[in-house]
Design a protein around this ligand. Structure first.
Ligand code: HEC
Length: 119
């Protein structure tokens, strides 16, 4: 018999639906409904290399702790990202990052609860 064709990884639809809802409530007002961000203020998440990296450790950190891009002469007071560690559970973080990594043409793998808990 011919070898079975490679199956694409099964999408965890309930996780992604949960992530979509969280994104709409907590993230879209800065990063945009379509993940396009806001030039000069909020980075795009669509087509963002960092968002699609195999290892999601930095994404988990930025969602938990927030962050500021470095201040520069041209942008001495950059907009920051608020921390969500007290708002979102580990499961919420896994869901929203999995949603972001599989939306708008992004191709990152799902972020598992285990990966979030290890950070
Ligand atoms: C108040 C505006 C704001 C909100 C709300 C917000 N962010 Fe951000 N986000 C930012 C800014 C500003 C940065 C850049 C921070 C930096 O460079 O350290 C950023 C960076 C990121 C990054 C890293 C991008 C990269 O290029 O490394 C990710 C991933 C991210 N945000 C996801 C989210 C998610 C998921 C949510 C919702 C839970 C969210 N953000 C909510 C403003 C926001």
């Amino acid at each position: 018999a011919p070898p079975a064709p490679a199956q694409p990884p099964r999408r965890n639809e309930s996780l992604l639906a949960r992530g979509e809802k969280i994104y709409a409530q907590q993230c879209a007002w800065c990063h945009g409904d379509q993940g396009k961000g806001e030039p000069g203020a909020f980075p795009p998440l669509a087509g963002n290399r960092a968002v699609n990296l195999a290892n999601p450790v930095n994404l988990v950190q930025v969602v938990r702790r927030g962050g500021y891009p470095p201040a520069t002469e041209g942008n001495p007071r950059p907009y920051g990202m608020p921390p969500f560690g007290h708002v979102l559970s580990d499961e919420d973080i896994a869901a929203v990052l999995s949603y972001v990594r599989s939306s708008w043409g992004n191709t990152g793998a799902e972020v598992t609860l285990r990966e979030v808990m290890q950070r």
